[in-house]
Design a protein around this ligand. Structure first.
Ligand code: NAP
Length: 310
């Protein structure tokens, strides 16, 4: 499924830069998943089934969950959306997860984050049985990933690895700088990029809000992954010529020119940085689409069982 390293997006507006186009790569993943579903059905196996729990009605969470449900349908998966009110108690949410854990019709469970403040995220994540942990946030999944064992990998860093693979971006021996150390993006990203993997084998520097003189690290980086949630943070002067730049940021910024009243901004000043890059992801149309593709890959893995969804 890899394209040659010199793949050139025809829509690219810069002479030297190539776009890491999430639409193209995610479409290829979805085609592979549709094929896998058909194969399963021919073999008399069940359709993969994802259960998503949404607490409250946060606008961004509604959008993400709706997109996950829609993408499940597009690849032939079943999905169940369980909506719970904002006031749901932690005990009630745990009881819902216990039911889904026991339900043999359900292969994967995800709880859309963030949860309301009165609910402890870590307790909820720990309650999901590891075999159905398609978000890859459970300590068992994280531990297996760190040890290089077959595991569910958090969808955003997994999606980035799939994007690098799809476009044949070389990573071995490169210096990667990851900005952000969250459990869902930055930290697992740093582990994957440093792992024994064709899209790993990097020397990794993990930066965060307490890193002094952060640009001194990004200026040396062959690969920069920006995952901090600060729109336009990574600018032209912070990037080395020829760098690969991955923009994870998704921030809703007020925009009166849009019908919705907001536009989506990444953590990279795309117009300033792109002319210096060898490869760069757009926002939107980059990492976000790959995140959903990776979640679906994890759901297939859950249906097939670890070590066998290849
Ligand atoms: P998070 O939990 O808020 O973590 C942000 C990280 O960035 C923290 O480690 C923080 O450092 C660091 N940081 C904040 N300000 C910084 C600064 N000025 N300099 C250096 N580091 C700084 O966020 P997250 O969940 O990882 O998400 C990050 C962004 O990615 C958000 O925009 C989010 O919406 C987006 N996202 C996108 C996808 C996708 O599919 N594209 C998926 C998930 C998240 P400390 O640890 O020191 O506080």
């Amino acid at each position: 499924m890899c394209l040659p390293a010199n793949y050139k997006n025809p829509n690219c507006i810069f002479a030297t830069m190539q776009l890491l186009d999430g639409k193209v790569a995610a479409a290829a993943i979805k085609e592979k998943l549709q094929h896998a579903v058909n194969e399963r059905l021919l073999a008399g196996k069940k359709t993969p089934h994802l259960a998503a729990i949404l607490v409250g009605n946060n606008g961004a969470s509604e959008t993400y969950v709706a997109s996950k449900v829609k993408n499940c349908a597009e690849v032939g998966f079943k999905s169940s959306l369980i909506r719970l009110p904002l006031e749901v108690t932690e005990a009630e949410l745990l009881a819902e997860i216990a039911l889904l854990n026991q339900n043999t019709a359900i292969d994967g469970i995800l709880v859309q984050l963030p949860l309301p403040k009165h609910i402890d995220d870590s307790k909820i994540i720990a309650a999901i049985v590891p075999a159905k942990d398609v978000d890859g946030f459970h300590a068992v999944s994280v531990g297996r990933m760190v040890q290089g064992l077959d595991s569910f990998i958090p969808a955003t860093p997994y999606g980035i690895m799939l994007l690098l693979e799809y476009f044949g971006v070389a990573t071995t021996g490169k210096h990667a700088v990851v900005i952000g150390r969250s459990n869902i993006v930055g930290r697992p990203m740093s582990i994957l990029l440093s792992s024994h993997h064709p899209q790993g084998n990097c020397t990794v520097t993990l930066c965060h809000s307490k890193t002094p003189n952060l640009e001194s690290f990004t200026q040396q980086a062959d690969i920069v992954v920006a995952a901090l949630g600060k729109p336009g943070f990574l600018t032209h002067s912070m990037v080395k010529p020829g760098a690969v730049v991955i923009d994870v940021g998704i921030t809703r910024v007020t925009d009166a020119t849009k019908k919705s009243g907001f536009s989506i901004k990444g953590d990279v000043d795309f117009d300033g940085v792109a002319p210096k890059c060898s490869w760069i992801t757009p926002v939107p149309g980059g990492v976000g689409l790959m995140t959903i593709g990776a979640l679906l890959m994890n759901t297939l893995k859950a249906a097939e069982g670890l070590d066998s969804a290849r």
